[in-house]
Design a protein around this ligand. Structure first.
Ligand code: NAD
Ligand code: UFG
Length: 351
């Protein structure tokens, strides 16, 4: 299939491009580079071209458009040049704290951008979309492990609301026009990196998320990790999450593409491993597997955090034929491999 990948230069997008080409698909990337670097796409091409398993005989170049998804004319031009079978829609802003400071920018970018994208898609007869949603739509979940039947909850920040609202928007559009096929993938906590160490997570400024913070402490860029609370109702008192290797997550999109061609309507899937690990489990695994120190101290709870969040991923296994393969050791090893070989992330100049 020929796939439009919005936000394809980002963390999850780059890893997904590799899985797409591995499975014989081709892609076009639209990204405004607001949180990414074109070097990442060059490295994706390099990895695809080195791979023996892609089945692509000539050198692969992935068409890239430096375009904002809110730019209707820019998107129109992309759709006039290419005929897409489906869109995997990653483009969006994702920093929880920033979304509290800049709600208008989040609603404009994430909701405005998706509305424009979907309008241009339908105009050009492309009505298959896989949307990056999040476990955040469950709020403080009423059941653990979380199944897709768990009711959606109150989000604690504008970022979360954009995901929750966009799920509703896409479901309503599908209801009004059954030609649409919509897959909502609710990601749990993506970590890790491609095992080559050539692509990985490249946060701007101080990382919000646990794993990039750990790796930056380990590489000496930050003094110590603050563990946000050790008085939660969890086995060791620290927050429990369902960390998933980004390559497993990327592969879920390929499985969702196969399913989208078989099935009409709407599919909603949790994409996690089904295992919950605490903050201290992650820190200890990182230290043991990688043999590096990660100094930490206990800090107060972070506003908006919940104690425990992990899923039951059975529905994705049964209906998409997807399940995670990587464990916690792989996640901490690959995260470290990426950070230690790219201590400052991607270079600013093209390689
Ligand atoms: P990322 O920031 O690395 O990638 C997003 C990409 O979208 C970036 O390359 C950015 O430049 C691009 N982008 C943003 N706004 C755009 C716009 N208006 N037009 C064109 N491009 C735009 O983030 P990621 O971690 O790869 O996340 C991908 C998607 O998955 C996002 O929608 C995110 O909200 C969602 N998600 C991420 C996580 C996570 O923890 N990483 C968890 C759940 C859901
Ligand atoms: N944590 C720390 N110290 C840090 C960072 C995080 O102790 O410096 C703790 C948090 O308190 C939490 C756990 O590590 O207990 C995970 O925190 P993250 O910020 O890495 O992830 P969250 O579960 O808070 O949220 C992430 C994304 C959201 C997404 C959600 C579910 O940031 O966008 O996963 O997919 F919605």
């Amino acid at each position: 299939m020929h796939i439009l990948v919005t936000g394809g230069a980002g963390f999850i997008g780059t890893h997904t491009l590799i899985e797409l080409y591995k499975s014989g698909h081709t892609a076009v990337v639209v990204d405004n580079l607001s949180n990414s670097n074109p070097v990442a796409l060059h490295r994706v091409e390099e990895l695809i071209n080195q791979s023996q398993v892609t089945g692509h005989r000539s050198q692969v170049t992935i068409p890239f458009y430096h375009t904002d998804i809110r730019d209707r004319e820019g998107l129109e031009q992309v759709f006039e040049k290419h005929r897409f079978d489906a869109c995997i829609h990653f483009a969006g802003l994702k920093a929880v704290g920033e979304s509290v400071e800049k709600p208008w920018e989040y609603y404009d970018n994430n909701i405005g951008g998706t509305l424009t994208l979907v309008d241009v898609m339908r105009k050009h007869g492309c009505k298959n979309i896989i949307f990056s949603s999040s476990a955040t739509v469950y709020g403080d979940p009423v059941e653990i492990p979380i199944t897709e039947n768990c009711p959606k909850g109150q989000c604690t920040n504008p970022y979360g609301w954009t995901k929750s609202m966009l799920e509703q928007v896409l479901m309503d559009i599908q209801k009004s026009d059954p030609e649409w096929r919509v897959v909502l993938l609710r990601y749990f906590n993506p970590v890790g990196a491609h095992p080559s160490g050539r692509i990985g997570e490249n946060p701007n400024g101080i990382p919000n998320n646990l794993m990039p913070y750990i790796t930056q402490v380990a590489v000496g860029k930050r003094k110590e990790l603050g563990v946000f609370g050790n008085d939660y109702d969890t086995p060791d008192g620290t927050g429990v999450r369902d960390y998933i290797h980004v390559c497993d997550l990327a592969n879920a999109h390929v499985c969702a593409l196969q399913a989208i061609t078989r099935k009409c309507g709407i599919g909603i899937y949790n994409i996690g491993t089904g295992h919950g690990y605490s903050v201290l489990d992650m820190v200890k695994a990182f230290i043991n597997v990688n043999g590096v120190d990660v100094p930490y101290s206990i800090k107060p709870r972070r506003a908006g955090d919940i104690a425990t969040c992990y899923c039951n991923p059975t529905k994705a296994k049964v209906e998409l034929g997807w399940q995670s393969k990587y464990g916690i050791e792989d996640m901490v090893r690959d995260s470290w491999n990426w950070q230690k070989t790219n201590p400052n992330g991607y270079p600013l100049q093209a390689e």
